[in-house]
Ligand binder design. Sequence first.
Ligand code: ADP
Ligand code: MG
Length: 529
Amino acid sequence: MAVTILEKFKSISPAEFFYRNKEIAGFSNPARALYQSVRELVENAFDATDGHGILPNIEISIDRHPEKLNVYRITVKDNGIGIPGEYIPEAFGKVLFSSKYVLRQSRGLFGLGAKMVVLYGQITVGEPAEIISATIGSKKVYMYRIAIDIKENKPIILHKAFWINTTNWHGTIVRVSIEGDWGRAKQKILDYVRRTAIVTPYANIVFKTPDGDVYVYPSVTNKVPPPPKETKPHPHGVDIEMLKAMISETKAETLLDFLASEFQGVGEVTAQRFLQTYGFDPSKKVKELTAEEIEKFVKCLKEYNEFKKPRADHLSPIGAELIKIGLKQILKPEFVEAVTCKPVVYEGHALIVEVGIGYGGSIPPSDQPIILRYANKIPLLYDEKSDVSWKVVSENIDWKYYEIEFPAPIAILVHVCGTKIPYKGVGKESIADVPVIEKEIEEGIRYVARALKQYLLKKQREEEALRKAYTIIKYIPEIASALSIFASANPEKIDQKIFEAKLFEMVKSKYGEVLKNISSVRDVVIQSE
Ligand code: ADP
Ligand code: MG
C-alpha cells in the first residue's frame, strides 16, 4: 500500500529565522552573547560618531541585574548623530532594517546587530529594550521601550515618550537586559574594548564592568579619520540582481544615460565606447532591457577592461599616523611603525589594507606575533586561526629574516577596510583568504617588518659600539694615572684629572651618538662596578 506523506510548507520571517539560528549571528551561548551584544551596540555607537566625523564619547556599562541571576543590563551611550524618532522602533525592532544598506564603509552592514541584542534579551530575560535618542539639532529627545514581534518581524512599542531637548544633546542611549556569563566573557570584552581604543585614539571610551571596575581610554588626539562617503557601484562589482534593482530605481532613460550616471568612474565617453564595443544601442530604453540582455550586459561590464579602477577616496582608513599613536598609547612598545597600503580591487570594490607593528616595551614575549585583526575598524577576536592574517603571519613570513627570534615581544596590527569584506559568516569574526587581500597583508607586514629589522640592527650596532667604548673608558683612569706620573717629571705638571678628561673626549668623539648619555669617565666606572 502506498503511503502518502503530507509535508507542511510555510515561510518564516527574518526575525524568526534569526530567533532559530542565533548562533550564526554570534549568540551561541551566554558568554558569547554578552560579548556580541556589547560589540553590536558599541559598533553602532562608533558608526554614529566617527562615521560622521564626530569625535566619539562613548560610555559602556554592564551591570548585574538587581534581582535576576546571570542577567546583565548593558547600557551604551554615544554622542552620535542620533536616530530620527519615527525610525527608532524599526531600527531596533525589525530585523534587516538599516540605514547602512548603501555602498559606504561602515562597521554595521547586515541591519541585524541591534535587533539580535533586543531579540536575545527578549527570549532570555523578557524585559523591553530602552532606547533614548536625539538627532543633531532636534528639539525633542525620544524614548521608546520596545520588543520584537518575532512572527511578523516588526517592533512592539510598549512605551513611548519625549521631552524637550533643553541642552541641545544629540546621541543615543541603548539599554538591554540579557542573560550572560560575565565570568567567561570578561577577558574577551576587555580585549574588545582595549583593541577598539587602539584604532580610535581620538575617542573617549569609558567602560564600567559588573565588578565595578572602570576602564578609561581618554582620547589622545583630536584627529579623526575623514569619514567614509557613499559611492556608486563600479561596473565590475555588479551582478544580475543588483543591475535589475539599479534599473528599477534609476531616473535615467537611455542605456547611455544609465551607464554614465549610475556607475562609479564611467563618463559619457567611456560609456559610449563600452556600448559600441559590445554592440548595445546607446539610445535603447534601459527599463526595456530583456532578461537575456541584462545577463549579457552584466557579463560585458565585468569583461570590459577599460573602465577606471574602482576609486578608494570614499573609504576611511585609519591612517598610519593614528595607528602608530594608538599602538604607542595602549601597548607602550619601544618601537612602532605603520603603513597604509595602496588601494586594491576585490570583486569590483576598492579595498585598503593597513598594517602596524609594535615591538618591545610592555608587549609580552610570545611564540609568534600577537595579531590584532580589524575589519572596517572592528576588532576581530574569535576564529583567529581561520583568518587570512593568521595564515600570512604564521606561514608566509620568515621572521628570522627580520632578525626576530621567538619568543619575542611583537604585535602586528592588520586592518582591512572596504565596502565589501569577505567575512567568513555573519558573526564577522574572520576574513577569508582571498588572494588579493593575502598579498596586500603580506606586503604590508613586510614593509613594517623591514623597518623593525633596521631598528633592531641599528640597536645591535649601537649596543656593540657602547660595549667597546665602555671597555676603553674603563681603562682611562689607569692610563691617566700612568701618564700623570710621566708628566710629573716635566716642569709643567699635568694632573690625572686633565688626562682623564682629554682621553674621555677622544673616545667620545670616536663613538659619538651612543655615548650621548655619558658625561664623564666616572659614569662608566660606577656603572660597571
Ligand atoms: P546595522 O548597524 O547593520 O545597520 P543594526 O541593527 O545594528 O544594523 O542597526 C540598525 C540601524 O539603527 C542602523 O543602521 C542605524 O541607522 C540605527 N542605529 C542603531 N544604533 C544607533 C546609534 N547608536 N546611533 C545612531 N543610529 C543607530
Ligand atoms: Mg549595527
